[in-house]
Design a protein around this ligand. Structure first.
Ligand SMILES: NC(=O)c1ccc[n+]([C@@H]2O[C@H](COP(=O)([O-])OP(=O)(O)OC[C@H]3O[C@@H](n4cnc5c(N)ncnc54)[C@H](O)[C@@H]3O)[C@@H](O)[C@H]2O)c1
Ligand SMILES: O=P(O)(O)OC[C@H](O)CO
Length: 336
């Protein structure tokens, strides 16, 4: 048995399939639309998601999940987090007894607050030694253009993390390994929220001081949250935390930053949703993260202000979460 499948032919799924193929592997890319599969197979292009990018011949697209998953060792999942469960329900009966499932997603499930690796283990009914996650400063289009970057692959199984890292690398993507699954996942989920705040600040017209202070306080805020949930601090200071935070907050290609900027420009949440062509996971994660933060007693002033802008309780020009403190005499974390 051998084989690699990527499920989800969007921005990231297609780019990740290209990374795997450029690393010398044959990859089956499971997509939903027949015309997309045809374009990828015949013209080696996915113009809807990666305009101007030529895809390697080693990628074969199909709309048939059975063809993609059967007898496959590694299944990489790159669909919106809210559709992870339904996609897995279709995948589960097709999985071989030893196949590993790797999440490329950066969201939590709204209905349960679960991380994607938790949803995978539950729905696919597989042990944590067959589940991995991969996350880092990975703006898809830049990687598809061959611009160099790095990614962190994490699994509770060192062996699986190493195997996935060896597959998921090529001349322009270096993979590092970790066993901090919680930190690697929360790094990706939480940086999206800070990128929305930075987008709001940008849309309002605030300058670099504002954005730098939100980013810095944001890193402290998401690190405290992630640590409370079991993440290692080092992970939050590494590629999957600070690295991804910087990339996402600074890139106009980021969908989370773009969604924030639209909010800052005065569009409502409903308008922003209808304008976004691609997945901005942060918009769907805000409520779940605040719920978990409240259960854990972790203060999240930045995320709270994003929620207030999203539901119209706060005007974007009032966004100044880095000024909020319960105790002005004893500001917390000012070494950050
Ligand atoms: N784009 C990036 O730069 C990037 C980088 C790293 C991680 N990610 C993460 O990867 C995941 C996928 O993001 P993306 O950028 O590829 O999103 P996207 O919107 O570009 O594509 C999503 C894909 O999922 C498919 N899909 C399958 N089931 C679906 C369903 N029920 N509803 C909607 N779409 C469904 C769509 O057809 C589409 O091909 C997200 O969690 C995102 O945070 C994205
Ligand atoms: O476009 P975004 O905001 O989903 O961010 C993409 C990646 O997660 C950046 O690492």
């Amino acid at each position: 048995m051998s084989g690699i499948a990527v499920v989800g032919g969007g921005n990231w799924g297609t780019t990740f399939a290209k990374v795997l193929a450029d690393g010398g592997h044959d990859v089956t890319l499971a997509v939903r639309r027949a015309e997309m599969a045809e374009e990828i197979n015949d013209a080696h292009r996915n113009t809807a998601y990666l305009p101007g990018i030529n895809l390697p011949d080693r990628i074969r697209a199909t709309t048939d999940l059975r063809e993609a998953i059967t007898d496959t060792d590694y299944v990489f999942l790159s669909v919106p987090a809210q559709s992870c469960r339904e996609n897995l329900e279709e995948i589960r009966p097709l999985l071989s007894d030893s196949a590993a499932v790797i999440s490329l997603m950066k969201g939590v499930e709204r209905s349960t607050g679960k991380r994607m690796s938790e949803v995978i283990a539950e729905v696919a009914a597989i042990g944590s030694d067959r589940v991995a996650v991969a996350s880092g400063p990975n703006i898809a289009l830049e990687i598809a253009q061959g611009q160099p970057t790095a990614i962190l692959v994490a699994s509770e199984s060192d062996d699986l993390a190493m195997r996935v890292a060896r597959i998921a690398r090529c001349s322009y993507l270096r993979s590092f390994v970790s066993n901090d699954v919680i930190g690697t996942e929360f790094g990706g989920v939480l940086k999206n929220l800070i990128a929305i705040a930075i987008g709001i600040a940008d849309g309002v017209g605030f300058g670099e001081n504002t954005k730098a202070s939100i980013m810095t306080r944001g890193l402290a805020e998401i690190t405290e949250f992630a640590e409370a949930l079991g993440a290692h601090r080092d992970t939050m200071m590494g590629l999957a935390g600070m690295g991804d935070l910087i990339a996402t907050c600074m890139s106009p290609l980021s969908r989370n930053f773009t969604a924030g900027r639209l909010l800052g420009q005065g569009y409502s949440y409903v308008d922003v949703n209808s304008r976004m062509q691609q997945t901005a996971e942060g918009l769907r994660s805000v409520d779940s993260i605040l719920e978990i933060a409240s259960e854990e007693g972790v203060p999240m002033p930045i995320v709270q202000q994003i929620a207030a802008v999203l539901d119209g309780r706060m005007h974007p020009t009032e966004l100044a979460p880095h000024l909020a403190t319960d105790d002005d005499e004893n500001p917390k974390g000012e070494t950050a």
